[in-house]
Design a protein around this ligand. Structure first.
Ligand SMILES: Cc1ncc(COP(=O)(O)O)c(C=O)c1O
Length: 482
């Protein structure tokens, strides 16, 4: 059946006729505005790296090294092992261990086709909608995760929003009480207990009773990072309730110090990273609920990606978890037929890492570029929108990172109305807060008074101009309300 209009039409920011796919897939030419418009379109929705943050020369050298040596290019062009191209697993283990100051072993890493595909495989292998109760998603939520949960059988009623709290990151007290309430309500219902599972988990996998989904560092869209104390508490909660915590850790290496002194010289040092939730889980003795048939699957995994580090077109990432979880994940049906996704890209990335180019690229190009852009957008927002009462989330912890700033609108303005007017009057695309509500949980947290701006995509002068245009839109709407 053809999808209905409401499923495909973007209910937001852009125009009444353009679809989300138009924008994200580039079929709506971003360089051109509406017919007849004299203005250049500015897209502050798009979470892509600016072309200036890509480095083709690194990939050129790696391709040359890879394709001139048969011992490298033959395996690169063949089907590969289920858990992924072994040299990349080893390079990643060493590099991640250094970054997180922990010991990471190659059997704790499974190569994926990026974080999105990794999440789909995790759900395919470790959940069964006839047994797994609910996906608890931190809200506001990365909006493209919701369709992945729906595809896995967790649509309306099976996915619940758990709001972030004032400290940043998912509200753990609330999550704990929601889990307890759910279990109390459902433990005696035969329709939720003792139902034959439809999927076969044995011998390499297990099905979890719950899933928690979040972005624990530099969250998309709110930019918040969860403290160490909260990370430990989340792992504890997960262990109590047979939860698999999936953290999309795609922004961990894109952080920089921030200062209230705008004249302070920028420093692109990454600084000490907080441990991944998977590191905390692995550092503890195996939990009973996550042990099955003598295997320890663990209660938390880290879903990593090269998309924001070297380019999303590479479609390559990794999952970090216990060795038994990694083995189980590698047994996902579609992976067994040919081996882990992105074999060629994985071989290329192994060459990039062997040459030390990943760390160099992040240090010399990506972090300084994003840091400069973040400073520029923050100052422009303060200058252009501050007096209108717009506020920016998560800017006071001494560090910031990722691709986005999350704004709260003044005077009860509706983000959807702002996004529509921005597109119609100013050729400006912004993401309204409603996009980040957890789809399928109609009673969950609402974000009508927010918008998200990306500082990763547009060139710097266009970003500045975009914020000025947004100021005009807000002044217009606030004027209409008076
Ligand atoms: C939180 C989050 N997870 C996953 C992704 C997608 O990652 P990948 O390109 O590796 O599929 C993004 C991209 O914007 C993201 O922000």
């Amino acid at each position: 059946m053809a999808p209905t209009t409401s499923e495909t039409t973007i209910s937001n920011p852009t125009s009444t006729s353009s679809t989300l796919q138009d924008i994200t897939n580039h079929t709506l030419d971003p360089e051109r505005g509406a017919p007849g418009s004299k203005k250049e379109l500015i897209n502050l929705l798009r979470g892509w790296p600016s072309p200036s943050l890509l480095s083709p020369s690194i990939l050129q050298s790696a391709t040359k090294a890879l394709l001139s040596d048969p011992s490298l290019f033959v395996p690169a062009l063949q089907y590969g092992p289920d858990p992924g191209y072994q040299p990349l697993r080893e390079e990643l283990a060493a590099w991640l261990g250094q970054q997180y100051s922990t010991s990471t072993k190659s059997d704790e890493i499974c190569i994926t086709g990026g974080a999105s595909q990794g999440l789909a495989c995790v759900l395919a292998s470790f959940t069964d909608p006839s047994y797994t109760q609910t996906v608890w998603a931190s809200a506001p939520c990365y909006y493209l995760a919701c369709p992945i949960f729906e595809d896995a059988g967790f649509g309306p009623g099976r996915i619940k929003a758990v709001p972030e709290d004032q400290q940043g990151g998912i509200d753990i007290d609330l999550l704990e009480s929601m889990l307890q309430k759910h279990e109390a309500q459902h433990q005696h219902q035969p329709s939720h207990r003792n139902v034959p599972e439809r999927k076969n988990a044995d011998p390499y996998r297990k099905h979890y009773r719950h899933v928690v989904y979040l972005v624990s560092t530099c969250s998309n869209p709110s930019g918040t990072t969860m403290s160490l104390e909260k990370r430990k508490r989340l792992v504890e909660t997960a262990r109590k309730h047979d939860v698999l915590v999936v953290s999309d850790d795609v922004y961990d290496f894109l952080q920089w110090p921030i200062s209230s002194d705008a004249s302070a010289p920028p420093s692109s040092e990454l600084g000490a990273l907080l441990p991944r939730l998977s590191d905390i889980d692995l550092s503890l003795p195996p939990s009973e609920a996550a042990t099955s048939s003598g295997k320890w699957f663990g209660n938390a995994i880290s879903n990593g990606s090269f998309s924001k580090l070297l380019g999303p077109g590479l479609r390559t990432g990794w999952v970090h978890g216990t060795p038994d979880f990694i083995m189980g994940l590698s047994q996902t049906g579609a992976t067994r037929s040919g081996g882990a996704g992105s074999q060629f890209a994985a071989a290329l990335l192994a060459e990039v890492m062997k040459a030390g180019e990943l760390g160099r690229h992040l240090q010399e190009a990506v972090r300084p570029g994003l840091q400069r852009r973040h400073r520029l957008i923050t100052e422009t927002i303060k200058h252009e929108l501050g007096e209108l009462g717009v506020t920016v989330a998560a800017q006071d912890g001494g560090r910031f990172g990722g691709y986005f700033v999350w704004l709260t609108l003044p005077g009860g303005l509706d983000g959807k109305a702002v996004a529509q007017k921005a597109r119609q009057d100013e050729e400006l695309i912004v993401a309204e807060g409603e996009m980040f509500e957890v789809r399928g949980d109609e009673a969950g947290a609402r974000f009508k008074g927010n918008i998200r701006l990306s500082f990763s995509w547009e060139e710097e002068h266009k970003m500045e101009e975009g914020v000025k245009r947004l100021g005009r839109v807000l002044r217009g709407l606030l004027g209409e309300k008076c």
